[in-house]
Each structure stands twice: as C-alpha cells, then as structure tokens.
Design a binder for this molecule. Structure first.
Ligand code: SF4
Ligand code: FES
Length: 219
C-alpha cells in the first residue's frame, strides 16, 4: 500500500483508510452506507455511524482500493479472492480483483492489492489508474471481447496476477486470470495477455500495437 496522502478514520473495531488519488467517484460507498460516507461533510467518512461489519462489506465494493480497512476487533481482514478477474467496463476502465501485484515498467513491485481500476481509454492523468476521465472523453468501447479471442484454460489456476504497464504501451499480464466481458461472461481464461491502455486498439480489450503509431505516452 502506498503511504502517499492516505487519510485514516478510526472507530471501535475498524480503521478506514482513504487514498483520494485512486477514487473515481463511482459512489459504491455513498450508495452503500450514506450515513458513513457523506461527501457533503468534512471529514467525509464517519465510521462511528455504523458497525465494523457493514463498513467492511461496503468498502470491499470499492473497485479502486481508494477505500481499505483494517479490523481491530479480531475479525478477519479483507480476504484475497481465490480467482483473479479482469472485468471490461463498458466505456470505462478495467476492473481487477484478486491477488494483484502491480509493478512499474521495469518489473519493480509498487503495490499489492485485491482491487484495482486501471485506465484503458488513454486519457487518465494518473496512469496507470483510472481517474474517471473517460466520462468526459469520446471513449465508447462497449466492453465486448472479440470472438476470436475465446480461450478457456481448464482446471485450477492458483497464484498471483502480475500487472505491468509497459512504457508507452499496453498492460502486460502475467499469471492466471479470467477476462470478463461487459455482460459478465468469462470469455478468456489464461496465463497472460497484453491489454490495451491507449484506447486505440481495434481489437479491444487486447493490444493490437496501435500504440506504436498513435502517439500514446505513459510511464
Ligand atoms: S472509488 Fe471507492 S471511495 Fe471512490 S466513490 Fe467509488 S467506492 Fe467510494
Ligand atoms: S496499448 Fe492500445 S493498442 Fe497497444
């Protein structure tokens, strides 16, 4: 977990952490527990307004890891999902869940998370994370996975998924994962892939190397 600008909110049984730069304002938290997460207040998180169990449950809906928690009452911490999944959001980012190792382009680990939302429209100013900028762009990909990409590895697929945003290029995945289309169907079950993050591929969500000529730049 990065220590950069993380706010903490403490109540009996739970400490809530909020990392603003990861929040894309999709409002799962506000809809889930409006008495706890209220953007009209300052501070906006009031963990004393609900029990630790419902707060933990709602925080786990946060798709970006902007919200995390630590249980201080002996209850279990957030579990690492048994499957690594990548969900293609229509007109939006890639939502990752699982045992996720995010690295820099050189392969150095920068985060280990259970939830991440990474940009695939190419417009974010906080790469590789989604910053919600796709709302204001003309990014219109519907989140289909092309038929020719259908591959299904069978059997158990244990292990972590390593996610490496390549310099001026795609997101490289190494490790087991399931790719889920906008309808919620698992379309691809494999050990690796290159996923587009420039927004220009004609074979989304996969990279087709359009980034080599469309001027895409990202660390
Ligand atoms: S990204 Fe997380 S913290 Fe931000 S609004 Fe959505 S659920 Fe809440
Ligand atoms: S990153 Fe978009 S085509 Fe390669």
């Amino acid at each position: 977990m990065s220590e950069e600008r993380i706010h903490t909110y403490t109540a009996p049984g739970i400490v809530v952490f909020f990392e603003p730069k990861l929040c894309t304002h999709v409002a799962e938290c506000i809809q889930g527990l409006p008495q706890v997460f209220n953007t009209r207040d300052k501070p906006w998180v009031h963990p004393e307004q609900a029990g630790a169990d419902p707060i933990a449950e709602v925080i786990e809906r946060c798709p970006t890891s902007a919200l995390r928690y630590e249980r201080t009452d002996g209850a279990p911490q957030e579990a690492i999902p048994k499957r690594n999944t990548v969900s293609v959001c229509p007109k939006g980012p890639l939502f990752f869940r699982g045992d996720l190792i995010l690295t820099d382009a050189l392969g150095n680990e920068v985060r280990r998370e259970t939830r991440l939302a990474l940009c695939r429209c190419g417009a974010t100013r906080n790469p590789p994370f989604c910053d919600g900028r796709h709302f204001w762009q003309t990014f219109s990909d519907q989140g289909r996975v092309p038929g020719q990409a259908l591959r299904q590895r069978t059997g158990a697929m244990p292990g972590a998924l390593t996610i490496t945003p390549l310099h001026n290029g795609p997101i490289q995945l190494k490790g087991p994962f399931e790719l889920i289309d906008a309808k919620g169907v698992v379309r691809y079950r494999e050990d690796g892939a290159l996923l587009c993050r420039c927004g220009g591929s004609n074979n989304k969500p996969f990279c087709d190397f359009t980034h080599q000529w469309n001027g895409f730049q990202a660390p």
